[in-house]
Design a protein around this ligand. Structure first.
Ligand SMILES: NC(=O)C1=CN([C@@H]2O[C@H](COP(=O)(O)OP(=O)(O)OC[C@H]3O[C@@H](n4cnc5c(N)ncnc54)[C@H](O)[C@@H]3O)[C@@H](O)[C@H]2O)C=CC1
Ligand SMILES: O=C(O)[C@@H](O)C(=O)[C@H](O)[C@@H](O)CO
Length: 324
């Protein structure tokens, strides 16, 4: 049975909860925000409306967005009142299992038994939080990224009990809000932060070893593979570079860093099977006929060229004082 989410309550009206609330209100849902008390909720509402107006004035939101959000976003009730009769409740409180479990229990005590409950956790597995949720078939991770109004990706994690109609209802909600979601398995850090923190961990090692400065690492990342990551994920990039090339590069890494950076079996097995990527039409992401190859390369070149224009138009980002 398909389900529709029309009404939403966000518990935790901070940086993420506020941005999620703005986004879903802009997408036409009736949204209420709740924080530690009624005054904090009302203060959050004021902040969000002022921020929306600022975004609209800067041309970051379409004209009329603030009024649309004003008409769809509310605050001023207690948690018990605000979750009592809504289709979807998103928890976005502190990244602490104890705090989340307490809030989830409060939500369950007052929400409809069929209300879908999501958590915006960055790293905590669903199975760690699910014991706090009654009817866990309606519970999942709905992980927006910062800043929520502008980052399109949302990571979904289902628990053992989560039912497909719940997942589908949330996917429909995200699609209506212009979000692109992917569902991943229930593990610590899921995919987004497991990869994001692995990169940061390696980047800190590069700096600690004196290989490069913080500023130079950030420059290299944002002007090379980071530039590409806005359009293609790591497997698509490897396919475009050539899996045989990657296999040779991994040999250098394995000699220098050992097992930690040894050639992944996925790469060596692909090359052994004559799957070298876009170059011979067979890669990690699938097979490419000539037409797809040509279209992909044309898309890539256009995307990178337009991205370069955007970056030149924006100019460099304001920087902190590195000596500060
Ligand atoms: N900051 C980020 O870049 C991202 C954070 N997240 C996750 O989103 C969640 C929220 O993070 P932020 O918005 O950055 O934190 P935040 O500190 O800005 O907001 C948390 C809000 O929850 C409220 N809160 C705390 N206990 C509460 C309770 N018992 N009842 C009601 N409200 C309560 C706080 O008053 C605060 O307004 C965390 O799980 C975090 O890991 C996810 C993606 C990005
Ligand atoms: O990168 C993001 O926006 C999110 O994936 C996050 O979860 C947070 O940045 C997290 O790493 C810190 O709260």
């Amino acid at each position: 049975m398909s389900r529709t989410i029309s009404t939403v309550t966000i518990v935790g009206a901070g940086y993420m909860g506020g941005g999620i609330a703005q986004s879903l209100a802009l997408a036409g849902r009736k949204v209420e925000i709740v924080d530690v008390d009624v005054q904090a909720s009302l203060t959050g509402l004021e902040r969000l409306l002022a921020e929306a107006q600022d975004f609209e004035d800067q041309g970051l939101y379409e004209p009329g967005s603030t009024e649309k959000i004003r008409g769809n976003l509310a605050a001023g009730r207690t948690l018990a009142e605000a979750v009592a009769d809504v289709d979807f409740i998103e928890e976005a409180v502190f990244e602490r299992p104890d705090v989340k479990r307490d809030v989830l229990a409060q939500i369950c005590a007052h929400a409809r038994p069929d209300a879908i409950i999501g958590t915006n956790t960055s790293t905590i597995p669903v199975h760690v939080l699910a014991p706090a949720v009654t009817n866990p078939e309606r519970f999942l991770t709905v992980h927006f990224s910062n800043p929520a109004p502008f980052i399109p990706g949302v990571e979904l994690v289902a628990g053992e009990a989560t039912t497909q109609d719940v997942i589908d209802a949330v996917k429909d909600l995200l699609a209506s809000a212009g979000r692109e979601g992917a569902q991943v398995a229930d593990t610590p850090g899921m995919v987004l932060n497991r990869l994001q923190y692995a990169l940061l961990k390696e980047a800190t090692s590069v700096v600690e070893e004196g290989v490069a400065t913080v500023e130079d690492v950030d420059t290299i990342v944002r002007t090379t593979f980071g530039f590409r990551l806005g359009f293609f994920g790591p497997f698509a990039i490897a396919d475009q570079a050539g899996l045989d090339v990657y296999e040779n590069c991994f040999r250098t890494f394995e000699e220098a860093f050992g097992e930690r950076l040894a050639t992944p079996a996925m790469i060596s097995e692909a090359v052994a099977a004559d799957r070298k990527g876009v170059k011979n039409g067979k890669g990690l992401t699938g097979d490419f006929d000539e037409a797809t190859k040509d279209a992909l390369i044309a898309y890539r070149n256009k995307a990178y060229s337009r991205m370069g224009e955007l970056l030149r138009e924006l100019g460099p980002a304001p920087k902190a004082d590195p000596q500060g």
